[in-house]
Design a protein around this ligand. Structure first.
Ligand code: SOE
Length: 411
């Protein structure tokens, strides 16, 4: 794997503006929060990075004709479709980007792969292990025809985290002993926040676990290059019933006053596990941590040093080198904005930081490179399946009073 661990090289080579580039037609399904974020990626990647193929935003798809037309105009898609099957059948679409709730990922991804398209699918890969396995099988068959499939764990593409991976892989932390990860949000703290799709198991698969836990399980494994061997877990749904939602189903939806319904996913999950090397790992995810908006924090402790990261300060990485003289050693803050840092060579001068949306630009960039090179992008669908198996083991353990539950090894 390359130094960013994203499956592609970060350096784009010399810019030759006069060389005409082949295009890559992109069709996206879904246009809410994630669709808007992915649109940013497709709009910007080819303007900032020197890409081997030029992404063309051919069409976006959603069920409501007026709303999808408005989304196409707003986010820069040339056309709008109301049927995802029509979108994947289009000759001008070579890559299908899936930004729908988890209950439709498997059906759309498998159909798109069978129709000869490359696929990018938002995380978590699916709502169940069985769906994720079927997606991996479809991706393996498609791979033989030269098509690629990637899952959208965008936080791998935060430059500070790509750099953290480089430091771990180069041995700067030595043997890892602890991996400590939390991902805390607060947007459903109010018991009157309505029962949006993210709070319904049949749509979302699980709650904070799949939404936030999928990210941190992927990151912990990606940064360390190791898999979780098993987990012991607790999950909780503090608010058991919520008002039914009105028309808006986003993170800031309003109730419509038409009664209440049961919350069928977790509000929070806590789990511990052991990595293949023996390092201990702990994870906490919640959407009811009042005051915490998007607090994804990671600390790694090794025999030679430690790293710590906070997504709310995403241009910074803190590093402690334990081989230094004790009197002057300690955590130092590295501003990850130098051209030598992953992805930064194409952005602003040092100190002019990046944000959340840039991770989607980097995701688009890496996938375009992988497609042009014909090499499997990471995270692959198999990586997504492995995370899904961890999530399933967490649920299984929580059902049995935190009983230690092994995670089935990755395919
Ligand atoms: C909502 O909880 C959410 O948008 C997640 O679905 C995203 O994956 C995460 O990046 C931010 O929070």
């Amino acid at each position: 794997m390359d130094e960013t661990g994203t499956g592609t090289d970060t350096h784009t080579g010399p810019h030759t503006p006069d060389t005409p580039r082949a295009t890559l037609g992109v069709g996206m399904v879904g246009y809410a929060f994630m669709g808007a974020a992915h649109s940013q990626g497709w709009r910007t990647a080819g303007r900032v990075f020197d890409l081997p193929l030029t992404p063309v935003m051919a069409a976006v798809c959603g069920r409501d004709p007026a709303a999808v037309r408005a989304a196409a105009r707003r986010h820069g898609w040339a056309e709008a479709e109301t049927d995802w099957r029509a979108l994947i059948a289009r000759d001008d679409v070579q890559l299908v980007d899936i930004c729908t709730p988890g209950d439709s990922h498997a059906e759309i991804a498998i159909a798109a792969l069978e129709a000869g398209k490359h696929v990018l699918c938002e995380k978590p890969l699916a709502n169940t292990v069985a769906e994720a396995e079927a997606m991996v099988e479809a991706a393996d068959r498609a791979r033989e025809r030269g098509q690629l499939a990637m899952v959208g764990f965008n936080y791998r593409r935060v430059p500070a985290l790509a750099f953290a991976r480089r430091l771990v892989a180069s041995g700067r932390l030595g043997t890892l002993r602890h991996v400590r990860v939390t991902y805390l949000q607060d947007w459903i703290t109010d018991p009157e926040f309505p029962l949006v799709w993210r709070l319904r198991k049949e749509r979302a698969g699980s709650g904070a676990l799949g939404d936030l836990g999928a990210h941190i399980v992927d990151l912990a494994q990606h940064l360390t290059g190791e898999h979780l061997a098993g987990v012991s877990a607790l999950t909780e749904t503090f608010v058991k019933e919520r008002p039914l939602p009105g028309a808006a189903h986003g993170l800031s939806a309003a109730a419509d006053g038409a009664g209440r319904g049961p919350v069928t996913v977790d509000d929070a999950a806590l789990f511990t596990g052991r990595l293949a090397s023996g390092a201990l790992a702990s994870f906490e995810v919640t959407r009811v941590a009042a005051g915490r908006k998007n607090a994804l924090r990671i600390e790694l402790n090794g025999a030679l040093g430690s790293l710590s990261f906070d997504l709310e300060r995403l241009n910074e990485l803190c590093f402690h080198d334990h081989t230094e003289e004790a009197a002057v050693s300690g955590f130092r803050r590295i501003l990850v904005t130098e051209p030598e840092h992953p992805y930064l060579e194409a952005w602003w001068p040092p100190g002019h930081g990046l944000g959340y949306e840039h991770t989607f630009v980097h995701q688009a960039r890496d996938l375009v490179h992988a497609i042009a090179a014909g090499t499997g992008p990471r995270p692959s669908f198999a990586d997504g399946l492995q995370v899904q198996r961890v999530l399933a083991a967490v649920e299984e353990s929580a059902r049995h009073d935190s009983r230690y539950t092994p995670v089935e090894p990755a395919p």
